[in-house]
Write a protein that binds this ligand. Structure first.
Ligand SMILES: CC(C)(COP(=O)(O)OP(=O)(O)OC[C@H]1O[C@@H](n2cnc3c(N)ncnc32)[C@H](O)[C@@H]1OP(=O)(O)O)[C@@H](O)C(=O)NCCC(=O)NCCS
Length: 226
Protein backbone atom coordinates (compact mmCIF):
# COMPACT_ATOMS: atom_id res chain seq x y z
CA UNK A 1 0.00 0.00 0.00
CA UNK A 2 2.74 2.50 0.97
CA UNK A 3 4.93 1.43 -1.95
CA UNK A 4 2.68 3.02 -4.57
CA UNK A 5 2.87 6.38 -2.77
CA UNK A 6 6.64 6.70 -3.02
CA UNK A 7 9.27 6.93 -5.76
CA UNK A 8 10.69 3.67 -7.14
CA UNK A 9 14.01 4.03 -5.32
CA UNK A 10 12.27 3.71 -1.94
CA UNK A 11 12.14 0.23 -0.38
CA UNK A 12 9.01 -0.44 1.68
CA UNK A 13 8.09 -3.36 3.92
CA UNK A 14 4.64 -3.71 5.51
CA UNK A 15 2.94 -6.04 8.01
CA UNK A 16 -0.83 -6.39 8.23
CA UNK A 17 -3.11 -7.48 11.05
CA UNK A 18 -1.85 -10.11 13.42
CA UNK A 19 0.67 -11.37 10.90
CA UNK A 20 3.93 -12.02 12.76
CA UNK A 21 6.76 -10.85 10.52
CA UNK A 22 10.05 -12.75 10.65
CA UNK A 23 12.51 -11.86 13.37
CA UNK A 24 10.81 -9.43 15.69
CA UNK A 25 13.58 -9.99 18.24
CA UNK A 26 14.89 -6.67 19.52
CA UNK A 27 18.51 -5.73 20.15
CA UNK A 28 19.27 -5.21 23.87
CA UNK A 29 19.51 -1.42 23.42
CA UNK A 30 16.08 -1.41 21.70
CA UNK A 31 14.70 -3.69 24.41
CA UNK A 32 15.82 -1.10 26.97
CA UNK A 33 13.72 1.58 25.23
CA UNK A 34 10.47 -0.37 25.64
CA UNK A 35 11.31 -2.19 28.89
CA UNK A 36 8.58 -0.31 30.79
CA UNK A 37 6.10 -0.13 27.88
CA UNK A 38 2.76 -1.97 27.66
CA UNK A 39 2.49 -5.08 25.47
CA UNK A 40 0.86 -3.26 22.52
CA UNK A 41 3.66 -0.69 22.35
CA UNK A 42 6.34 -3.36 22.64
CA UNK A 43 4.75 -5.32 19.81
CA UNK A 44 4.35 -2.40 17.40
CA UNK A 45 7.90 -1.23 18.20
CA UNK A 46 9.27 -4.69 17.39
CA UNK A 47 7.09 -5.36 14.33
CA UNK A 48 7.94 -2.07 12.64
CA UNK A 49 11.64 -2.63 13.32
CA UNK A 50 11.41 -6.04 11.75
CA UNK A 51 9.93 -4.29 8.67
CA UNK A 52 12.70 -1.68 8.70
CA UNK A 53 15.47 -4.28 9.01
CA UNK A 54 14.06 -6.18 6.04
CA UNK A 55 14.05 -2.92 4.08
CA UNK A 56 17.69 -2.33 5.11
CA UNK A 57 18.55 -5.82 3.96
CA UNK A 58 17.01 -5.12 0.54
CA UNK A 59 19.22 -2.04 0.34
CA UNK A 60 22.29 -4.13 1.22
CA UNK A 61 22.67 -2.60 4.68
CA UNK A 62 23.40 -5.04 7.54
CA UNK A 63 20.69 -5.32 10.21
CA UNK A 64 21.27 -3.07 13.21
CA UNK A 65 19.41 -1.42 16.08
CA UNK A 66 17.00 1.42 15.25
CA UNK A 67 16.90 3.64 18.29
CA UNK A 68 14.65 6.63 18.83
CA UNK A 69 16.73 9.79 18.66
CA UNK A 70 15.82 13.41 19.22
CA UNK A 71 12.04 13.84 19.77
CA UNK A 72 11.47 10.17 18.91
CA UNK A 73 12.77 10.34 15.35
CA UNK A 74 14.37 7.03 14.32
CA UNK A 75 18.16 7.03 13.96
CA UNK A 76 19.04 5.45 10.62
CA UNK A 77 22.41 4.06 9.56
CA UNK A 78 24.60 6.60 7.73
CA UNK A 79 23.59 6.90 4.10
CA UNK A 80 19.90 6.05 4.61
CA UNK A 81 16.79 8.13 5.18
CA UNK A 82 13.47 6.65 6.09
CA UNK A 83 10.29 6.65 8.09
CA UNK A 84 8.08 4.24 10.03
CA UNK A 85 4.42 4.07 11.03
CA UNK A 86 2.16 1.75 12.99
CA UNK A 87 -1.53 1.70 13.81
CA UNK A 88 -4.02 -1.05 14.70
CA UNK A 89 -3.60 -3.78 12.09
CA UNK A 90 -0.75 -2.23 10.11
CA UNK A 91 2.97 -1.40 10.33
CA UNK A 92 5.26 -0.09 7.63
CA UNK A 93 8.81 1.08 7.10
CA UNK A 94 10.13 2.97 4.07
CA UNK A 95 13.85 3.44 3.47
CA UNK A 96 15.91 4.93 0.68
CA UNK A 97 19.52 5.83 0.04
CA UNK A 98 20.23 9.42 1.08
CA UNK A 99 21.59 10.03 -2.42
CA UNK A 100 18.12 9.31 -3.88
CA UNK A 101 15.92 11.44 -1.60
CA UNK A 102 16.53 14.23 0.90
CA UNK A 103 13.80 13.02 3.26
CA UNK A 104 10.57 11.08 3.47
CA UNK A 105 7.66 10.59 5.85
CA UNK A 106 4.96 7.93 5.99
CA UNK A 107 1.85 7.61 8.12
CA UNK A 108 -1.09 5.20 8.36
CA UNK A 109 -4.31 5.58 10.32
CA UNK A 110 -7.56 3.65 10.63
CA UNK A 111 -9.92 4.99 7.97
CA UNK A 112 -12.54 6.48 10.28
CA UNK A 113 -13.62 9.93 11.30
CA UNK A 114 -11.36 11.79 13.77
CA UNK A 115 -12.50 11.99 17.41
CA UNK A 116 -14.64 15.02 18.26
CA UNK A 117 -12.64 18.24 18.50
CA UNK A 118 -9.46 16.99 16.81
CA UNK A 119 -10.07 18.46 13.37
CA UNK A 120 -10.58 21.98 14.66
CA UNK A 121 -7.37 21.64 16.69
CA UNK A 122 -5.21 20.55 13.75
CA UNK A 123 -6.79 22.15 10.65
CA UNK A 124 -6.56 25.71 9.41
CA UNK A 125 -9.89 27.38 8.56
CA UNK A 126 -9.01 27.23 4.83
CA UNK A 127 -8.27 23.51 5.13
CA UNK A 128 -11.64 22.89 6.80
CA UNK A 129 -13.43 24.70 3.96
CA UNK A 130 -11.62 22.59 1.35
CA UNK A 131 -12.38 19.38 3.27
CA UNK A 132 -16.10 20.21 3.24
CA UNK A 133 -15.93 20.66 -0.53
CA UNK A 134 -14.11 17.34 -0.92
CA UNK A 135 -16.68 15.61 1.29
CA UNK A 136 -19.48 16.93 -0.93
CA UNK A 137 -17.80 15.51 -4.05
CA UNK A 138 -16.47 12.24 -2.55
CA UNK A 139 -18.48 11.32 0.56
CA UNK A 140 -16.88 7.86 0.94
CA UNK A 141 -13.55 9.22 2.21
CA UNK A 142 -12.87 10.40 5.77
CA UNK A 143 -11.10 13.55 4.61
CA UNK A 144 -10.55 14.74 8.17
CA UNK A 145 -8.50 11.63 8.95
CA UNK A 146 -6.69 11.90 5.67
CA UNK A 147 -5.66 15.50 6.42
CA UNK A 148 -4.45 14.45 9.88
CA UNK A 149 -2.35 11.65 8.41
CA UNK A 150 -0.94 13.95 5.72
CA UNK A 151 0.14 16.38 8.47
CA UNK A 152 1.93 13.61 10.35
CA UNK A 153 3.72 12.51 7.17
CA UNK A 154 4.76 16.12 6.59
CA UNK A 155 6.15 16.29 10.14
CA UNK A 156 8.05 13.02 9.77
CA UNK A 157 9.68 14.30 6.56
CA UNK A 158 10.27 17.78 8.03
CA UNK A 159 11.87 16.78 11.32
CA UNK A 160 15.03 15.04 10.03
CA UNK A 161 15.73 18.07 7.82
CA UNK A 162 15.28 20.68 10.55
CA UNK A 163 15.44 19.03 13.98
CA UNK A 164 12.53 21.32 14.88
CA UNK A 165 8.92 20.99 15.95
CA UNK A 166 6.29 21.85 13.30
CA UNK A 167 2.86 22.70 14.57
CA UNK A 168 -0.25 21.30 12.88
CA UNK A 169 -1.19 24.85 11.89
CA UNK A 170 2.20 25.60 10.32
CA UNK A 171 1.49 23.74 7.09
CA UNK A 172 -1.47 24.43 4.83
CA UNK A 173 -2.36 21.20 3.08
CA UNK A 174 -4.35 20.98 -0.12
CA UNK A 175 -5.60 17.43 -0.68
CA UNK A 176 -6.91 16.24 -4.04
CA UNK A 177 -8.27 13.03 -5.51
CA UNK A 178 -6.61 11.44 -8.52
CA UNK A 179 -8.67 11.90 -11.69
CA UNK A 180 -11.03 8.94 -12.10
CA UNK A 181 -9.93 7.35 -8.81
CA UNK A 182 -11.94 7.82 -5.64
CA UNK A 183 -9.47 6.03 -3.36
CA UNK A 184 -6.16 7.68 -4.00
CA UNK A 185 -4.67 11.04 -4.83
CA UNK A 186 -2.12 13.58 -3.74
CA UNK A 187 -1.56 16.60 -1.57
CA UNK A 188 0.60 19.71 -1.41
CA UNK A 189 1.76 21.07 1.92
CA UNK A 190 2.68 24.74 1.87
CA UNK A 191 4.94 25.44 4.83
CA UNK A 192 3.87 28.58 6.67
CA UNK A 193 7.22 28.88 8.42
CA UNK A 194 10.61 29.08 6.68
CA UNK A 195 11.18 25.70 5.05
CA UNK A 196 14.28 23.52 5.38
CA UNK A 197 17.35 23.99 3.25
CA UNK A 198 17.79 21.12 0.83
CA UNK A 199 21.09 21.56 -0.98
CA UNK A 200 21.31 25.24 -1.80
CA UNK A 201 17.55 25.87 -1.88
CA UNK A 202 14.88 26.50 0.72
CA UNK A 203 11.94 24.17 0.25
CA UNK A 204 8.57 25.72 1.08
CA UNK A 205 6.33 23.06 -0.44
CA UNK A 206 6.21 19.34 0.33
CA UNK A 207 4.34 17.00 -1.97
CA UNK A 208 2.69 13.76 -0.99
CA UNK A 209 0.32 11.03 -2.02
CA UNK A 210 -2.47 9.15 -0.25
CA UNK A 211 -4.52 6.01 -0.60
CA UNK A 212 -7.50 4.52 1.21
CA UNK A 213 -7.62 0.77 1.27
CA UNK A 214 -8.30 -2.21 3.58
CA UNK A 215 -9.87 0.06 6.19
CA UNK A 216 -6.76 2.24 6.39
CA UNK A 217 -5.66 5.60 5.11
CA UNK A 218 -1.98 5.88 4.24
CA UNK A 219 -0.04 8.99 3.29
CA UNK A 220 3.54 9.57 2.23
CA UNK A 221 5.69 12.62 1.60
CA UNK A 222 8.94 12.50 -0.32
CA UNK A 223 11.37 15.38 -0.46
CA UNK A 224 13.65 15.21 -3.51
CA UNK A 225 17.11 16.72 -3.67
CA UNK A 226 16.96 20.16 -5.22
C1 LIG B 1 5.68 11.91 15.88
C2 LIG B 1 4.27 11.68 15.32
C3 LIG B 1 4.18 12.34 13.94
C4 LIG B 1 4.05 10.17 15.19
O1 LIG B 1 2.83 9.89 14.55
P1 LIG B 1 1.77 8.85 15.14
O2 LIG B 1 0.61 8.79 14.21
O3 LIG B 1 1.53 9.20 16.57
O4 LIG B 1 2.48 7.45 15.15
P2 LIG B 1 2.98 6.50 13.97
O5 LIG B 1 2.82 5.14 14.43
O6 LIG B 1 2.40 6.85 12.65
O7 LIG B 1 4.54 6.86 13.90
C5 LIG B 1 5.36 6.54 14.97
C6 LIG B 1 6.76 6.55 14.45
O8 LIG B 1 7.09 7.85 13.98
C7 LIG B 1 8.50 8.00 14.08
N1 LIG B 1 8.77 9.29 14.71
C8 LIG B 1 8.54 9.65 16.00
N2 LIG B 1 8.96 10.92 16.19
C9 LIG B 1 9.44 11.36 15.01
C10 LIG B 1 10.03 12.58 14.58
N3 LIG B 1 10.20 13.62 15.41
N4 LIG B 1 10.41 12.69 13.29
C11 LIG B 1 10.26 11.66 12.41
N5 LIG B 1 9.70 10.47 12.77
C12 LIG B 1 9.31 10.34 14.06
C13 LIG B 1 9.03 6.85 14.92
O9 LIG B 1 9.64 5.92 14.07
C14 LIG B 1 7.77 6.26 15.52
O10 LIG B 1 7.81 4.87 15.72
P3 LIG B 1 8.70 4.25 16.91
O11 LIG B 1 8.43 5.08 18.11
O12 LIG B 1 8.23 2.83 17.01
O13 LIG B 1 10.12 4.37 16.43
C15 LIG B 1 3.16 12.30 16.23
O14 LIG B 1 3.07 11.58 17.44
C16 LIG B 1 3.41 13.75 16.59
O15 LIG B 1 4.13 14.08 17.52
N6 LIG B 1 2.77 14.69 15.84
C17 LIG B 1 2.82 16.09 16.16
C18 LIG B 1 3.63 16.88 15.14
C19 LIG B 1 2.90 16.97 13.84
O16 LIG B 1 2.39 15.98 13.35
N7 LIG B 1 2.83 18.18 13.24
C20 LIG B 1 2.13 18.36 12.01
C21 LIG B 1 2.85 19.35 11.14
S1 LIG B 1 1.86 19.85 9.74
Amino acid sequence: MIEELLPDAVVTVEAYGDEEPPNTVLYPEEEAVVAQAVGKRRREFAVVRSCARRAMDKLGVPPQPILPGERGAPTWPAGLVGSMTHCDGYSAAALVRATDLASLGIDAEPHGTLPEGVLSAVALPAEEIRLRRLADGHPGIHWDRLLFSAKESVYKAWFPLTGKWLDFTEADIDVFAAPGDRHSGGFRARLLVPGPWVGDRRVDLFEGRWTVRRGLVATAVSVPHT
